[in-house]
Design a protein around this ligand. Structure first.
Ligand SMILES: [Zn+2]
Length: 480
């Protein structure tokens, strides 16, 4: 039997039935990614397997470093095939790491390749995959259609012009791409970077930012502009929540200091960020958007590597800040002024699973089902064991049935089988409990929950506009 077979990860009859009858055929709504909007709008074609698979994948880079491979063959100057070969040699050493599953799932789903990747199969895998990338349907848009991705959300700075989003959404591609408002740079008070970003904001919002009030007005304009371009989500990457008391006058003083080129103290940064996060919460609440908080990553910890390769090159780990108090305080401040938007919170430290799953339960509003969501396993927690941990914590402290499910959070077009992986883990968990009698052996009851978690809950909750059915049928893949 092939390693990746029809019933991969499905260890009971009930699990297999749930997956094949209810989960497998659901479309995908990938509501948080870091895909490049230009790649999608311009329907990028890849020239070889290195480009979509290894070029930006820091999970693989970390495994290669751990396997003793020099940087020349990871992010350095070696030829694409040499880097691919180094990866192929490392793959047998990744047994039990999720990369071993993902690698073979991806080879199978994109290229129909069943062989295990290692040094002996590397050349043939490289050639067969490259043939299909160069000549087949596996362009950026072709990949989205192959996996029935109805909408994809990118992650964008408030200054971005969103031209690629408009271009794609005006075409009859059957696909939709929406921006996500991620104003992290508004919170970063290093004067050089902050002032350079304000200059971009002035241009994007067609107004001068000479006072703190102007900054808020310019950001509101950009939020409106994102809304007009279909955005319904915002996102923030934070160590922990900010909820220090800060008036508009105090925030204005800190703003003026940064504008004059003087660095803020860390207490001032915290105050300023607290004021801004409340402001951003209000913007989202007014528009009915969903705010995402990605909390707790400790980034760029290796100074030597960061100096050599720059940030975000695979030198990040799980952080251990205290999250509960500031998270609840942030929710509470917004709730007290009736401005708590729909919210998805993601933790990267698994010890926070119960903190997060109980925090969401304290701020539900009794109107919108699952208004405050405990997000799917993120980053280091995006694997079988931790996906189960997240779903178990959510089940025990909240409503798994209202969960809006999986997202890829990926920079790579090769990551879409992560949805399949998640769905198999979900069905395996539920199927095992049906067979033990811990859940009713009622396929319609459990199956409809599976369908909701795979797609329907996200569709209803996020309110993103999807392509009409006629357009999906007309799209190139369906015509072929
Ligand atoms: Zn992300």
């Amino acid at each position: 039997m092939d390693f990746i077979h029809d019933d991969f990860l499905l260890h009971s009859k009930a699990a297999r039935h749930l997956y094949h009858a209810y989960a497998a055929r659901q479309p995908i709504l990938d509501y948080h990614t870091h895909l490049a909007p230009a790649d999608i709008a311009e329907d990028r074609r890849f020239h070889n397997l290195f480009e979509p698979w290894l070029e930006g994948d820091h999970y693989k880079w970390r495994a290669m470093r751990a396997n003793g491979i020099p940087e020349s063959h990871i992010t350095g100057d070696a030829e694409p095939y040499e880097k691919f070969l180094a990866w192929a040699r490392a793959v047998p050493c990744t047994l039990r790491n999720p990369l071993y599953h993902w690698t073979h799932l991806e080879l199978k789903r994109y290229f129909g390749i069943n062989e295990l990747l290692d040094e002996s199969t590397a050349k043939s895998v490289w050639e067969r995959a490259n043939d299909q990338l160069r000549t087949g349907d596996l362009t950026a848009q072709g990949i989205l259609r192959k996996f029935d991705v109805r909408a994809v959300c990118t992650t964008d700075d408030p200054c971005d012009n969103l031209a690629h989003h408009r271009k794609l959404n005006a075409s009859r591609s059957g696909l939709r791409m929406y921006p996500t408002f991620r104003p992290d740079r508004a919170l970063s008070m290093r004067p050089d970077a902050f002032n350079a970003w304000i200059a971009r904001l002035e241009e994007a919002s067609s107004m001068e930012v000479s006072s703190f009030r102007d900054l808020l007005d310019a950001l509101k304009r950009r939020h409106d502009f994102f809304h007009a371009n279909g955005a319904r989500l915002s996102d923030h990457g934070l160590d922990h929540c900010f909820a220090a008391p800060c008036t508009e006058t105090q925030a204005g003083v800190i703003f003026s200091k940064a504008r004059a080129g003087r660095a803020a103290t860390s207490a001032e940064e915290e105050q300023f960020a607290s004021f801004m996060m409340i402001f951003f919460g209000r913007l989202d609440a007014e528009r009915g958007w969903t705010k995402q908080l990605h909390l707790g990553a400790l980034r760029n910890v290796n100074t030597r590597a960061t100096q050599l390769l720059g940030p975000n090159t695979g030198y990040d780990n799980v952080g251990d800040w205290n999250q509960a108090e500031s998270l609840c305080k942030y929710f509470d401040l917004l709730d007290q002024e009736n401005a708590l938007p729909k919210m998805i919170i993601y933790n990267v430290n698994p010890t926070d699973n119960y903190v997060f799953s109980t925090a969401v339960g304290s701020f539900q509003d009794g109107v919108t089902p699952g208004k405050i969501q405990f997000g799917s396993g993120w980053w280091f927690l995006d694997q079988k064991e931790a996906i189960e941990w997240q779903m178990n914590a959510l089940s025990n402290n909240g409503l798994l049935s209202r969960f809006i499910g999986m997202l890829t959070d990926s920079r790579s077009f090769m990551s879409f089988p992560r949805h399949e992986y998640f769905r198999r883990v979900l069905c395996n968990l539920l199927g095992a409990e049906m067979e033990k009698g811990e859940l009713p052996n009622d396929e319609k009851l459990i199956g409809s929950m599976v369908r909701d978690i795979c797609f329907e809950n996200a569709r209803r909750y996020l309110g993103l506009e999807l392509a009409p059915a006629a357009e999906i049928q007309e799209a190139p893949a369906a015509r072929a």
